[in-house]
Design a protein around this ligand. Structure first.
Ligand code: AP5
Ligand code: MG
Ligand code: ZN
Length: 215
């Protein structure tokens, strides 16, 4: 199963694609996570990406397309993949189309997670992640048992640098300008499926599974 999860910042792409990864046994491929790892490791790619990310801007298309090209060459994607945060521009969607054709693969579905803007802001300002294992939390909606400590591994919870309100607003604006056009793009190719991203996480997940399994 080859899937794309579309959605604004905070729509729940990361949360839902991690759950789908466990259920479908295919990898989640998050360009955001890959870029954050590169930033953390201070690789040339990470250093290049950092300024864009911290300002809430998109990293240049050729950089992320290169990352995806490399990632989709790995053996663990042969049975399928869940793209989270890629593509994000029409140019990226076109490059993905060309790449998949070269690889003799095709997309099964593009799911758009819909969440109203006020809720996106509340989700992003309260998000925390474990700096050790990456597990996701929300101060109100899914708080850790102990303040600032990961339930799973005991690691410290941190806030993403781009989750300050000013940068969140910038990301939402860029989403509207550059990524929202992908909804129409995939609608035209008949692959688009919309899913309500609001409500409890497990309910969002159940509807998502119904959608991707085509039941
Ligand atoms: P990226 O990491 O992809 O960030 P994003 O798209 O802004 O999305 P988020 O990760 O913020 O949100 P999400 O949808 O994953 O939500 P989550 O599940 O965490 O990209 C970051 C940056 O990297 C970009 O700005 C750009 O610079 C660069 N980049 C990445 N990909 C790129 C590309 N392709 N091209 C160019 N640049 C690129 O949920 C959010 C919060 O809500 C969490 O706290 C969660 O616990 C909570 N939550 C989730 N579901 C629910 C629910 N149902 N109810 C209540 N709370 C919920
Ligand atoms: Mg994410
Ligand atoms: Zn942890």
């Amino acid at each position: 199963m080859n899937l794309i999860l579309l959605g604004a910042p905070g729509a729940g792409k990361g949360t839902q694609s991690k759950l789908l990864q466990e259920k479908l046994h295919i990898p989640q491929i998050s360009t955001g996570d890959m870029l954050r790892a590169a930033k953390q490791a201070k690789t040339p790619l990470g250093i290049q990406a950092e300024t864009f990310m911290n300002a809430g801007k998109l990293v240049p298309d050729e950089v992320v397309i290169g990352l995806i090209r490399e990632r989709l060459a790995a053996a663990d994607t042969q049975q399928g993949f869940i793209l989270d945060g890629f593509p994000r521009t029409v140019a990226q969607a076109e490059a993905l189309g060309t790449l998949l054709k070269e690889l003799g693969r095709s997309l099964n579905a593009v799911v758009n997670l819909e969440v109203p803007e006020a809720e996106l802001i509340a989700r992003l300002t309260g998000r925390r992640n474990c700096s050790n294992c990456g597990a996701g939390y929300h101060l109100q909606f899914s708080p850790p048992r102990q303040d600032s400590v990961c339930d799973r591994c005991g690691g410290p919870l941190i806030q993403r640098e781009d989750d300050r309100e000013h940068t969140i607003r910038k990301r939402l604006k860029i989403y509207q300008e550059q990524t929202a056009p992908l909804v129409a793009y995939y609608e035209k190719s008949g692959l688009l499926k919309s899913s309500l991203g609001t409500g409890p996480t497990d309910e969002v997940f159940n509807s998502l599974v119904v959608i991707v399994e085509g039941r």
